[in-house]
Design a protein around this ligand. Structure first.
Ligand code: SAH
Ligand code: SF4
Length: 384
């Protein structure tokens, strides 16, 4: 038998040393452009990318063998070189009001929380962008916990993937998750490298197909990244304002020292500039008893917001262990709201949801292992 005929008739098994680990490419966190580039790189047609995206995000499939419109050869190839890594659900809690909270393990030491809030006309998923947060807002449980690390694309979109699957969402049926908000743990605009591709996946018709009005990034005011939203990513914007003057905001939202109101406010005007007639900013304002709920603060807020197209969302403070703050009384919230409305602002008061399972705004804690990386002065805005 010649060497040539041997190679044709007998499959040769290459035994790799046990220590060699083949690094597989993770497909869950790729936006369409990245996925198409990947398929081209492995010698496949770009349209395979959108087929695979549909399987992963619309049908919740992570096993290539279930992707039945791909050839057997391609499925086998993908099994060799790629994977769809998904996190482990460590806990699932249900609130009396229908809110659901999942705790997802993202690595051996850290876990993050994701919350689904069902309402009459919509279902909102609140997702996390970092393990902890370095910005140390004094009224926020996540901020008080410290910071461990940025979440990667797959870890962020996995929250939607897991919730979609757990809620039994099906393509072509009415959306159970109709809105996604980056209001869980972390400051999304200090992790734009991973948050922006995820926002694109959320809005991609081959994935979740949400409109830009239904994807909201909430930020404490990282101004350079607000400008990047304007130029690179068309999504809805919410600003955690919480105080109408620098003196108070420096205490409540310490990133204000870096980007004070005189810098933040013009960036909001730039964001709405040139947009459609309904384009606006959501202004979030947590109601803290006798701290930022004085009538004088309401008047200052009217003045500060001027003619910015915006909607103000008053958030009754949600307490957490060892906090020094208390929620404003209903009366105080009512009076505050009335002054804003007299000043011509559109105002809503956020209904507290899921507080019996610690799933309300600012109560998310997850599991942050190494908290030593906190400190505001080391927080740098980094787009890479
Ligand atoms: N880091 C981003 C997004 C996560 S916080 C940001 O700050 O915008 C999501 C929202 O919950 C923010 O408006 C935040 O200020 C608010 N929040 C934080 N702690 C809260 C608490 N204890 N009670 C009510 N709202 C809170
Ligand atoms: Fe971070 Fe937002 Fe909490 Fe501030 S409110 S500490 S920015 S998560």
């Amino acid at each position: 038998m010649t060497l040539e005929s041997l190679s044709q008739s007998t499959p040769i098994t290459l035994i790799k040393p046990e220590t060699e680990v083949v690094q597989k490419t993770d497909l869950l966190g790729m936006d369409r452009e990245a996925m198409q580039a990947y398929f081209t790189e492995i010698g496949e047609k770009p349209f395979r990318a959108t087929q695979v995206m549909k399987w992963i995000h619309q049908f919740g499939v992570s096993d290539f063998d279930e992707m039945t419109n791909l050839s057997k050869a391609l499925r086998d190839k993908l099994k060799q070189v790629a994977n769809v890594r998904t996190p482990k659900i460590v806990a699932e809690e249900h609130s009396d009001d229908g809110t659901i909270k999942w705790l997802l393990e993202v690595d051996n030491n850290n876990a993050i929380e994701v919350v689904f809030i069902p309402e009459k006309n919509r279902g909102t998923l609140c997702i996390s962008s970092q393990v902890g947060c370095a910005l140390e807002c004094t009224f926020c449980s996540t901020g008080q916990q410290g910071f461990n690390r940025n979440l990667e694309n797959w870890e962020i979109i996995a929250q939607v993937w897991v919730a979609n699957k757990a809620l039994g969402c099906k393509p072509k049926e009415e959306r159970i998750i109709s809105n996604v908000v980056f209001m869980g743990m972390g400051e999304p605009l200090l992790n734009v490298k991973h948050v922006f591709p995820v926002a694109r996946i959320l809005m991609d018709d081959y994935a979740y197909g949400l409109s830009k009005r239904r994807v909201t990034i909430s930020t404490s005011g990282v101004v350079p990244a607000i400008d990047m939203i304007k130029s690179e990513l068309d999504v809805s914007l919410a600003i955690s304002l919480h105080a109408p003057n620098d003196e108070l905001r420096d205490i409540l939202v310490p990133v204000n020292k870096k980007y004070p109101l005189a810098v933040l406010m013009p960036s909001l005007y730039r964001y709405v500039e040139g947009g459609h007639s309904k384009k606006h900013v959501t202004i979030e304002y947590v109601m803290l008893d006798k701290v930022n709920d004085h009538l004088e603060h309401a008047h200052q807020l009217v003045e500060l917001l001027g003619d910015l197209p915006c909607k103000v969302n008053l958030i009754p403070f949600n307490p957490f262990p060892n906090t020094e703050y208390q929620r404003s009384s209903n009366n105080a919230i009512h009076r505050f709201r009335a002054i804003l409305e007299e000043g011509g602002l559109q105002v809503t008061v956020r209904k507290t949801r899921g507080d019996d399972i610690d799933a309300a705004c600012g109560q998310l804690a997850g599991k942050v292992s190494d908290r030593t990386k906190r400190t505001l002065h080391r927080v740098e805005f980094d787009t890479k």
